[in-house]
Design a protein around this ligand. Structure first.
Ligand SMILES: Nc1nc2c(ncn2[C@@H]2O[C@H](COP(=O)(O)OP(=O)(O)O)[C@@H](O)[C@H]2O)c(=O)[nH]1
Ligand SMILES: [Mg+2]
Ligand SMILES: [Zn+2]
Length: 306
C-alpha cells in the first residue's frame, strides 16, 4: 500500500476534481467508488475540502480515498425537492465582500445581504471598498460607518493607486478567504495587485470570453504564494438567503445580537413591540437606520416565503 498524499480540492465539475497536493502538485482525480456511494448520504465533496489521495493500482492515476472533516463552510440549502445542502466552499476563515466607492455606485443594502449570508454560515466578514481614488475617503467612511459600528473591519483601497493594499494583504495572506461582491467592482484586479502572479482574469480580458459562464455558483480556488487561498464565488448573491429562517435573521446582524435578550418580550420581532432594545439602540445612534431597514425587509422576505 502506498502512503496517502494530502491535498485541497481546487475546483471540479462532472465528477472530475482538481486537487492540489500539499507539495503543490495538481492532479485530476475522481472519487473512489466507496465514497461516491457515501456521498448520497450527508457529505458531498466540495471545493476547499481537504482530502487524502491514493494511487489507483499500479497506475499513474490518483483517486480521493478520504474527505477530511470540515472546520467551516459556505453553504446553502439544496433546491426544493433535493435533500441536504450544497457546500459552495469548505474550510474558510473569512468572507471578503468587495464593493467600489464609485463605478459602480455602492449599495449598502446589497452589502447587508452579503454579510447576512456570511453570518448565517458563522463566517467572519471583511468589507473592502475599492476604487477609493474615485471618491472622497471621508464621505465613503461616513457612508459605511454603520458597518464599522456593527463590528466589521473596513478597508478603503485602490487597485490602481495601491492605497490600503498592504493592510489588506496582511489580512488575506495565509488565510482561506471567499471573495465576493458585485461584478465590475475590481475583485480580480485587486487580487492580481495584492498577489502578483495570481493572474485572475479582469473585465478587460474576460468580458466576451466569460459570457454565460457565470451562471453556476461553482467556486474556484486560487492558491496564494506563501499559503492560503482565495475562492472566487461568482454566484453568491444568487444563492440568496436560502435556508435562513425569519426568526434567525436578527442573529445575522452582529450589532443586534448582544441586545436581543434585553427586549421586553422574549419573542420580540423588533418591529411593532414596545420596549424593544434594538429600536432604543437605533434612537441612541448605536445601530444604523439603514441596517435596521435591511433587517425588516429581509425578515419580511423570509416570513412570506412558503
Ligand atoms: N478606477 C479604478 N478602476 C479599477 C480599480 N480596480 C479595478 N478597476 C477597473 O474596474 C473594472 C472591473 O475590474 P475587475 O477586476 O474585472 O472587477 P470584478 O468583476 O469585480 O472582478 C476594470 O475595468 C478595472 O480596470 C480601481 O481601484 N480604480
Ligand atoms: Mg472578476
Ligand atoms: Zn426587540
Amino acid at each position: 500500500m502506498t502512503t496517502p498524499v494530502h491535498g485541497v480540492v481546487m475546483g471540479g465539475t462532472g465528477g472530475i476534481w482538481q486537487v492540489r497536493t500539499d507539495a503543490g502538485e495538481l492532479h485530476d482525480v475522481s472519487l473512489r467508488g466507496r465514497l461516491k456511494h457515501e456521498a448520497h448520504g450527508s457529505l458531498k465533496l466540495a471545493v476547499g475540502d481537504r482530502v487524502s489521495l491514493g494511487r489507483i493500482a499500479e497506475s499513474d492515476t490518483w483517486a480521493i480515498d478520504e474527505i477530511h472533516p470540515r472546520r467551516s463552510k459556505l453553504a446553502r440549502r439544496a433546491p426544493a425537492g433535493a435533500r441536504g445542502e450544497r457546500v459552495i466552499v469548505a474550510n474558510l476563515d473569512q468572507v471578503l465582500v468587495v464593493f467600489a466607492a464609485a463605478r459602480p455606485e455602492p449599495h449598502p443594502r446589497m452589502l447587508d445581504r452579503f454579510l447576512v449570508i456570511a453570518e448565517a454560515n458563522g463566517l467572519a466578514a471583511r468589507i473592502v471598498i475599492n476604487k477609493i481614488e474615485l471618491a472622497e475617503a471621508s464621505v465613503v467612511r461616513a457612508r459605511f460607518d454603520e458597518f464599522v459600528k456593527a463590528g466589521y473591519p473596513l478597508h478603503l483601497v485602490s487597485a490602481v493607486t495601491g492605497e490600503g493594499l498592504d493592510a489588506l494583504r496582511a489580512e488575506v495572506q495565509n488565510k482561506d478567504s471567499a471573495l465576493t461582491g458585485p461584478s465590475g467592482v475590481g475583485k480580480s484586479s485587486l487580487m492580481n495587485r495584492l498577489f502578483p502572479g495570481l493572474d485572475l482574469r479582469t473585465a478587460e480580458i474576460s468580458d466576451s470570453v466569460n459570457k454565460g459562464r457565470h451562471t453556476t455558483v461553482g467556486a474556484v480556488l486560487h492558491p496564494l504564494p506563501g499559503g492560503g487561498f482565495v475562492a472566487d464565488t461568482p454566484g453568491l448573491r444568487e444563492v440568496g438567503l436560502w435556508g435562513i429562517e425569519a426568526r434567525d435573521i436578527a442573529h445575522c446582524f452582529p450589532e443586534f445580537r448582544a441586545l436581543v435578550n434585553a427586549c421586553r418580550f422574549a419573542d420580540c420581532t423588533h418591529t411593532v413591540e414596545p420596549d424593544c432594545a434594538i429600536k432604543a439602540a437605533i434612537d441612541r445612534g448605536e445601530i444604523g437606520r439603514g441596517r435596521y431597514e435591511s433587517y425588516v425587509k429581509l425578515r419580511e422576505e423570509l416570513a412570506t416565503r412558503s
